[in-house]
Write a protein that binds this ligand. Structure first.
Ligand code: GTP
Length: 368
């Protein structure tokens, strides 16, 4: 099995964090999102992956080089944005599929515990019935943000509605991961195009599109709320009822750890701090006395002064927080920003990287 991973989007909804890193290298439980994916792909025997890159392409090459977990990695660079179909078509020239070899195509901004070999096995059965592609499906309550499918009892997808505005019966959505034969390329035009809007409806109309339902964990990290949710789910499954300590961490008995909590290597917690629930602290984070951190992700190298409170927020790499800073309500601080003592950033306040913030912001605002 070989894989194409779409990794080139600018991730505008995750700015300011994606001003300094691509979305797919954002940490999930202290590990870049795409590392989780490569590990799972290797378990399923994927030998080669093409990363379709565009925005911050060099960051991927620097991080992964030519191989990860035994998977050979090549890069397909685009000159301009080409939607979800154009980049896949561009990869055709770089791929040599063996006869009957399965091609996996996936949006890279997904975290899931899918068994890729089970998807491959299902796809192979579908190919014997004429399938070109088998889409991974996931059941959600609110389908309006996704592509919704109508699935027949024999596994065929007979209709595909991208981001439906009206009422649809089905709760099964396109999870952004497909297994296909090399025939998929003949359905994609070499231009900016959408697989979901142009290719899938056509395949469904020809009875050549099948579905495979995934029932485990799945989430995309397109928005801050989703990014936090995925982190907390992974933290819960990794850490459970005990704090997860990754390496050498310093704290005394006055510190309260309320799981799920993950503490990266080199974390130092001063007396009286309360960490958790749902707190993920990256490597070398230092926390002053009497701080409270919950429902938040803190990237590597952040320094907290005494008496800080961070709740429901994301703090980027190397940020400095003065004493008694309060950051709450889905606020996000870009890398290397400096927040002066006593400042409050209370609700959806987004701070650009390297910004020095001396005044409080109590409601939605971008500090640029
Ligand atoms: P937003 O700008 O916040 O919408 O994020 P995004 O740029 O990542 O777009 P979206 O969430 O729609 O992308 C879904 C997946 O497709 C992600 O893995 C993106 O990296 C990838 N993607 C989106 N646009 C492109 C593109 O033009 N080229 C490539 N190679 N990948 C893309």
């Amino acid at each position: 099995m070989k894989a194409i991973i779409l990794a080139g989007g600018p991730g505008t909804r995750l700015r300011p964090l994606t001003c300094t890193r691509p979305k797919l290298l954002m940490p999930i439980a202290n590990r870049p999102l795409l590392d989780w994916t490569f590990e799972r792909l290797s378990w399923a025997g994927v030998s080669e992956a093409i990363l379709a890159v565009n925005y911050m392409a060099e960051a991927f090459e620097k991080h992964f080089g030519g191989e990860r977990y035994g998977i050979r990695i090549t890069y397909s660079r685009e000159e301009k944005a080409m939607g979800t179909g154009g980049p896949v078509k561009l990869c055709e020239r770089l791929l040599k599929l063996e006869e009957e070899e399965t091609l996996l195509i996936m949006n890279g901004d997904i975290w899931c515990d899918l068994d890729f070999s089970a998807l491959e096995a299902s796809h192979k059965r579908n190919v014997s019935r004429g399938a070109v592609a088998t889409i991974t499906l996931y059941e959600v309550e609110d389908v309006s943000r996704f592509g919704v499918v109508e699935l027949q009892p024999d596994g065929r997808i007979t209709a595909f509605h991208e981001k439906p505005s009206g009422r649809v019966e089905s709760k099964l959505i396109n999870a952004g991961i497909y297994a296909s034969t090399s025939q998929i390329f003949s359905y994609i035009e070499p231009r900016k195009t959408s697989i979901e809007r142009e290719v899938f409806p056509r395949l469904a109309g020809e009875n050549r599109l099948y579905g495979f339902q995934h029932r485990g964990e799945w989430g995309d990290v397109g928005k801050f709320e989703d990014y936090l949710k995925v982190n907390f789910r992974v933290a819960k499954s990794l850490a459970g009822e005990k704090p997860r300590i990754e390496g050498s961490v310093e704290y005394d008995s006055t510190v309260k750890l309320n799981p799920p909590v993950i503490l990266g290597d080199g974390v130092k917690l001063s007396p009286g701090s309360k960490i958790g629930p749902n707190a993920i602290l990256g490597r070398n984070v230092t926390v002053g006395r009497e701080c409270q951190i919950s429902n938040s992700v803190v990237f590597d190298g952040v320094e907290f002064g005494d008496g800080c409170l961070v709740k429901g927020s994301i703090i980027g790499e190397g940020v400095l927080l003065g004493g008694n800073v309060r950051i709450t309500g889905g606020s996000v601080v870009g890398d290397l920003a400096i927040i002066s003592p006593g400042v409050k950033l209370l609700r959806k306040v987004y701070v650009c990287p390297r910004k020095e913030v001396e005044k409080s912001a109590l409601g939605p605002k971008r500090i640029v």
